[in-house]
Ligand binder design. Structure first.
Ligand SMILES: Cc1cc2nc3c(=O)[nH]c(=O)nc-3n(C[C@H](O)[C@H](O)[C@H](O)COP(=O)(O)OP(=O)(O)OC[C@H]3O[C@@H](n4cnc5c(N)ncnc54)[C@H](O)[C@@H]3O)c2cc1C
Length: 423
């Protein structure tokens, strides 16, 4: 396993149960992503009961709550203490290729090693993605990517522009807003979901409705589904909606998508209304589906009034002068890029996304785990990474057994036999 996050650890647990010899190589420390790349007030967006690491589901006393950053790190550390995986921390795999003999050769920061099979579990979010226009910001503006944001006090005094309204952008904008900072928010096209509806967390309803067991194979547009932006909502303070309109009513300044930077002037697309309307329409559409489910099953549930927009954009400025608005910093909440350049195998598509089915690639023995929508909604999350790991463990174990049999029958070296495709 390359990577010792929740995916690599889940994989290790499932292989251990099958008696498959393995090692987990982790570049940093277990929990690194959560410890080092999340802000101080970060908490899960998904409820704790969805934390289902294999053999180690969430056992705390707040299943409907949302673990904060340090609790998530502890959950992973406790998982390590629970089954003691063969884990090497502080070692980075810098190159992976298949040798002529058939085995995989891994170059690491601590020497070379070989493996019959490899699982790449290096997470879905590698390098911060910041648009090139960031280079055009005036020198005096302090700019960071969301993965480097920790707390409002870290930013120089003055107004803050947050660019992007995926989960990170919305939550960071809220964090700054609650701290009394003047926030300017460039709103993108991400959808939103209500936190609660008709007496329960929407995630609980969607779980009952089978939403999380739908597999990628059920969608015609699998690629598009995999690239979808997450719905914004928060688990903060027990969980609540993120309503950008309410932020605007309370003083946050909203704009459309940031398109250009000219000197100290920023230009925005004329799509704020459309983006807000779209986010609300998605949230209300999810409520429609919940209503239909409740009605069809006769589930007892309190009736709840629908969302009424609390603010409407009117005469939105298409431009903003940073100096005039007193903006001193920019937080780019513009996502991440994938970086698999260290893997030398012909398994990637035109966008650099590994082509696979349930993590199994066309290169025998090379597997991926923890990709968004690898198999279902929860694949890149705590919810289903264990399910995917169990599937892959079965595949890896079968490949190993096949290699053993082929080696015995043909007298071929095991490493050649292990390069055979299974199935
Ligand atoms: C802002 C944000 C909020 C999220 N909120 C939720 C949520 O509420 N609920 C939820 O279920 N999921 C959430 N996720 C998604 C997901 O759970 C996390 O991204 C999680 O960290 C993925 O786990 P992973 O093990 O797949 O990858 P990671 O946690 O990224 O772990 C990969 C590990 O691989 C190591 N590594 C990388 N490259 C190498 C290499 N070359 N050699 C050796 N080691 C390497 C890294 O050091 C890292 O520790 C969120 C993600 C983000 C970004």
């Amino acid at each position: 396993m390359v990577g010792g996050g929740q995916a690599g650890l889940s994989m290790s647990y499932c292989l251990r149960r099958r008696g498959v010899e393995h090692i987990v190589i982790e570049a940093n420390r277990v929990g690194h992503e959560w410890r080092e790349r999340r802000w101080d007030s970060f908490c899960l967006v998904t409820p704790n009961w969805q934390c289902k690491l294999p053999g180690f589901p969430y056992q705390g006393d707040d299943p409907d709550g949302f673990m904060v950053r340090d609790e998530i790190v502890r959950y992973l550390e406790d998982y390590v203490a629970f089954f003691r995986p063969p884990l090497v921390e502080g070692v980075t795999v810098t190159r992976l290729r298949r040798a002529a003999s058939g085995v995989f050769e891994l170059t690491t920061s601590d020497g070379d090693c070989t493996a019959d099979q490899v699982v790449v579990a290096t997470g879905p979010y590698h390098a911060p993605s910041v648009p090139r226009m960031a280079e055009r910001l005036p020198d005096g503006i302090h700019q960071i990517h969301s993965s480097h944001y920790r707390a409002p006090a870290q930013l120089p005094e003055g107004g803050v522009l947050v660019v992007g309204t995926g989960q990170s952008g919305c939550q960071i904008a809220e964090d700054l807003h609650l701290a009394g900072r003047q926030v300017h928010l460039a709103v993108g096209s991400a959808p939103r979901v209500a936190r609660f509806y008709r007496g329960r967390d929407c995630v609980a309803w969607l779980d009952d409705m089978g939403h999380y067991t739908r597999t990628i194979d059920e969608f015609d547009e699998a690629d598009a589904v995999r690239m979808r932006v997450n719905h914004y909502v928060t688990g903060r303070d027990g969980g609540r909606d993120i309503d950008l309109r309410a932020f605007a009513r309370d003083g946050m300044r909203l704009y459309g998508r940031l398109t250009t930077i000219r000197g100290t002037t920023l230009e925005f697309a004329d799509d704020l209304k459309a983006n807000l309307d779209h986010a609300d329409a998605v949230a209300e559409g999810i409520k429609d589906a919940i209503d239909a489910y409740i009605e069809a099953r006769g589930v007892p549930a309190p009736v709840e009034p629908r969302y009424v927009p609390v603010w409407e954009p009117s005469g939105q400025p298409g431009r903003l002068d940073l100096a005039a608005a007193g903006i001193t910093s920019v937080v780019w909440s513009t996502g991440f890029r994938r970086d698999h350049r260290w893997i030398e195998a012909p398994v990637f598509d035109g966008r650099g996304y590994p082509m696979h089915w349930r993590g199994v690639t066309s290169a025998p023995g090379l597997h991926f785990l923890g990709l968004p929508w690898q198999h279902s909604w929860g694949s890149g999350r705590f919810e289903a990474v264990g399910r995917d790991a169990e599937f892959l463990a079965g595949h890896i174990d079968a490949a190993r057994r096949t290699a053993d049999v082929c080696s015995t029958l043909t007298g071929a070296p095991l490493e050649l036999a292990s390069a055979l495709p299974v199935g």
